[in-house]
Write a protein that binds this ligand. Structure first.
Ligand code: SR1
Length: 402
């Protein structure tokens, strides 16, 4: 019989106490459940006498925001632990330290990053993260290149792929990101003032076709080991540090999905500036910063990925003239397409984002929602004709009236 059960705070404390590298002494430990995500329990364990702390994360066997009618495999905790360890090897310093994982109890015990802020919150509060694009480009280029057929032994990759079969979490994405927003699904959460905009999506043949092609890519293209849910709520930042967390959606999928996820969330914040910036000048400045971050992220990613290809490419076929350029063009197009899809689902789908959903004034919120939708639609329909990150910039700026 499985020993799994959701932990009480007292049990989380007992487990934390066994991590002697963090708590070598026996003073009192205090626990607080801080999980505000959709799927897990998260215990923040502190030792007031020493100021030491760690995080105990436990997967729940269902989707927290829906309830036990949507069961979820606990194997995702094993996947998360293994993905974090792999990412830590490939991109040192850019993920939290894992002290222990326990597949039976669906636990990952890891470094406490409370000296950082969740990037979504930081951006909403007007934070500036000058090293973020460089750090995330490093994380993405190294974790994606070295887990792909370009950067690792291709037979070993097939074996690795088997360790990251993640059907339940992929289904969440296949449904909530790439299916439900495109029809009148029960789980959509459409504010009355936005109903007409959602309906226009459901009748937009051009959009529906491109979205279906993106979904097919997500279902079939096992390019590299993805983080799988790389929105700004999965990234901790300070002005000088970036840590990517929560890779429980990790699976072998299309590289552009990970880059697109981050870009989408920067664009959702861009749209949210309808409220978060106090005046038109501030709004322009803030949006310029977000666009600069997106451009730098892509440019640095591309430069690093090409350098890894040139230096560590495992295969003679990789030097065929024009192949790298063609591959990078397709990555850009996928990034743009998935950025659109990842943004669109957050506007009237089940799980929305604070950048827009918490805007208190209805009119400002509606302006942000319509702006985000305009950007998302145009990214999706134009993804396969994009040739440069400037194409994305133009779409966002035009939608904002710049
Ligand atoms: C039921 S949708 C839950 C969402 O939360 C996670 O962070 C993923 O983004 C997922 O799509």
């Amino acid at each position: 019989m499985s020993k799994y059960h959701p932990l009480s705070e007292a049990e989380a404390i007992e487990i934390a106490r066994s991590i002697v590298e963090v708590f070598p002494t026996g003073e009192e430990l205090v626990s607080r459940e801080i999980g505000d995500g959709n799927l897990n329990l998260v215990f923040h364990i502190t030792q007031p006498a020493t100021g030491r702390s760690l995080i105990v994360k436990q997967a729940l066997p269902y989707v927290k925001i829906i309830g036990d009618s949507w069961p979820l495999s606990l194997d995702r905790a094993r996947i998360e632990g293994e993905a974090l360890i792999k990412q830590g090897e490939l991109a040192p310093g850019l993920v939290p330290v894992v002290y222990r994982s326990d597949a039976d109890m669906a636990l990952t015990i890891m470094e406490d990053l409370s000296d950082h802020v969740i990037m979504r919150k930081g951006l909403i509060e007007g934070g500036v993260y000058p090293d973020f694009a460089e750090h995330l480009a490093e994380f993405l280029s190294r974790t994606l290149f070295f887990t792909s057929d370009l950067g690792m032994n291709q037979q070993d990759k097939k074996v690795q792929l088997g360790r990251f079969i993640n059907p339940d979490l992929c289904k969440i994405t296949e449904d909530f990101v790439l299916n439900f927003p495109y029809f009148d699904a029960e789980s959509n959460n459409i504010e009355p003032h936005l109903r007409d905009a959602a309906e226009s999506v459901w009748h937009d043949e051009e959009l529906l076709l491109e979205a279906a092609k993106l979904r097919e890519k997500f279902l079939t293209q096992a390019q590299a080991l993805l983080h799988g849910d790389l929105h700004t709520g999965s990234i901790f930042v300070t002005p000088a540090s970036t840590k990517v967390i929560d890779p429980e959606f990790a699976y072998y999928g299309p590289i552009g999905f990970d880059i697109g996820a981050t870009v989408a969330n920067l664009l959702l914040n861009f749209a949210g500036q309808e409220h978060w910036s106090p005046d038109e000048a501030g709004r322009r400045d803030r949006r310029a910063y977000l666009i600069h971050t997106i451009t730098e992220l892509w440019t640095r990613f591309e430069r690093k990925f090409r350098a890894l290809w040139d230096e560590h490419g495992v295969d003679k076929r990789l030097s065929v003239r024009g192949y790298q350029d063609d591959y990078m063009k397709r990555l850009l197009q996928d990034t743009i397409g998935f950025a659109g899809a990842k943004a669109l689902r957050r506007i009237y789908g089940l799980a929305q984002v604070a950048d827009i959903a918490t805007i208190p004034d209805r009119d400002a919120r509606e302006r942000a929602q319509r702006l985000a939708l305009d950007i998302a639609r145009n990214l999706i329909v134009s993804n396969r004709s994009a040739t440069s990150i400037e194409d994305l910039v133009r779409i966002a700026e035009t939608a904002a009236g710049y």
